[in-house]
Design a protein around this ligand. Structure first.
Ligand SMILES: *Cc1c(COP(=O)(O)O)cnc(C)c1O
Length: 396
């Protein structure tokens, strides 16, 4: 039987659009939020502290500081790391723009170090080669949820007196040598956006073992003021001082109630993601794609399932495969355009193409498949079927 792709007028693998990511909320989440709405503390109240404590416990670290989103978590970390105008911060090109933008916010200069060809995580050797007397910190990203080479990066940071910031927006629930992500860098940041492991609508968290950073970041999220309204009320005091130039990066009690409720299901969410990944890996193995690499001493949190198309074995490029899969109602995506290719970096700031050849070589081949815990077995089967349908059709 001749197969006609949906993009050429055939019938799609499924009738409804399957997005690449979707949150999973339930009645318990709704009730937790409703309970806060019936109280009087809507923003920074008791839920924030409880959420921070529970999150720190989960991530096996001393402290957690809740902020309004993952980008604010990165900004607060770069601030706590003391990055000043003229300082350089080394990061990866294969990430969401926020991992580099946070350096610009404090007047620093992002320096892009290339990725490893297998994991697509930042290459420690390239990091070391990028260190100059101006380097202040490293922002490493656990791309797709697979922890980067933390031990090597910590070594480099120690030898050159740099701070290691880990952008773990993808990696809540991942482990490195048996240890949960959260306590392995000087500062670890998380995003609680609806596409991530657990959500607060918008939200972010920084974990750390150093109390001094906590105090700076708690001030930073509150305009740089060193006491919160709640602390002042408790003490019956009105006096406050602004010590740093901070922002309003507070997370609300409403959101923290949702986060607390979501956190209870985090392990189940990660387990479901792992099952889906295993099935993809098994059932896509004979297609012209390079599947995600796993590393023996770490477990991915499977935020994203990214394959690389073997373009030599296909008659078309990634754009055509992407469009054909979308026509089959499979919400594929691309993570990421190399950060310094964006016009703000290339045109406004003058970064040139060719800085990170491995990332540039990977980019035209990247394709993100739908991956979220709420996916049914049928959804997973549809993705696999559509991948076979489209890639077999376009095979040379
Ligand atoms: C999602 C994400 C962020 C930003 O998080 P927001 O909560 O959307 O601000 C930062 N870095 C990476 C790698 C991300 O995936």
């Amino acid at each position: 039987m001749k197969v006609t792709l949906a993009i050429e007028g055939g019938s799609p693998v499924r009738d409804t659009y399957l997005p690449y990511a979707q949150p999973w909320t339930n009645d318990k989440d709704v009730n937790a939020v409703a309970e806060v709405l019936r109280s009087t503390w809507l923003t920074t109240g008791p839920m924030v502290e409880t959420f921070e404590e529970r999150f720190a416990k989960y991530a096996d670290t001393w402290f957690a500081v809740a902020v309004s989103n993952g980008t604010a978590a990165l900004h607060a970390s770069v601030f706590a790391a003391g990055v000043k105008p003229g300082d350089e911060v080394i990061t990866t090109p294969l990430t969401f723009v926020a991992s580099a933008n946070c350096v610009l916010y404090q007047g620093g200069r992002p320096v892009f170090a290339d990725v490893q060809p297998d994991t697509l995580n930042i290459d420690p050797q390239k990091v070391e080669e990028s260190v100059t007397p101006k380097t202040r910190a490293i922002v490493a990203v656990d791309y797709t949820g697979l922890p980067c080479d933390l031990s090597e990066l910590r070594d480099i940071a120690r030898r050159h007196n740099l701070l290691l910031i880990e952008d773990a927006a993808h990696a809540l629930g991942a482990t490195y040598r048996g240890v949960r992500i959260g306590s392995l860098a000087d500062l670890t940041t998380f995003s609680l956006h609806p596409v991530k492991q657990v959500t607060t609508g918008e939200g972010g968290m920084v974990t750390t073992d150093k109390r001094a950073y906590v105090e700076m970041m708690k001030a930073f999220r509150n305009h740089g003021i060193t006491t919160s309204a709640r602390e002042r009320e408790a003490k019956g005091a009105w006096f406050y001082e602004m010590t740093y130039l901070g922002y309003n990066y507070r997370l609300t009690d409403i959101q923290c109630a949702l986060g607390l409720s979501q956190l209870e299901r985090l392990d189940a969410f990660v387990e479901r993601r792992r099952q889906i990944a295993e099935r993809y890996t098994r059932e896509l193995a004979d297609l012209p794609v390079t599947l995600p690499v796993q590393v023996p001493d770490r477990e991915s949190a499977w935020h994203l399932y990214v394959v690389r198309l073997n373009l030599g074995a296909l008659r078309v490029d990634r754009g055509q495969v992407f469009a054909a899969l979308r026509a089959e109602n499979i919400g594929v995506n691309v993570h990421y355009i190399p950060v310094y290719w964006h016009p703000y970096y290339s045109e406004t700031l003058g970064y040139r193409k060719g800085l990170c050849l491995e990332a540039e070589k990977a980019y035209p081949r990247l394709l993100t498949l739908p991956m979220f815990p709420k996916m049914s077995d049928k959804d997973v089967a549809d993705v696999i079927e559509a991948m076979h349908k489209v890639l077999t059709f376009y095979a040379r």
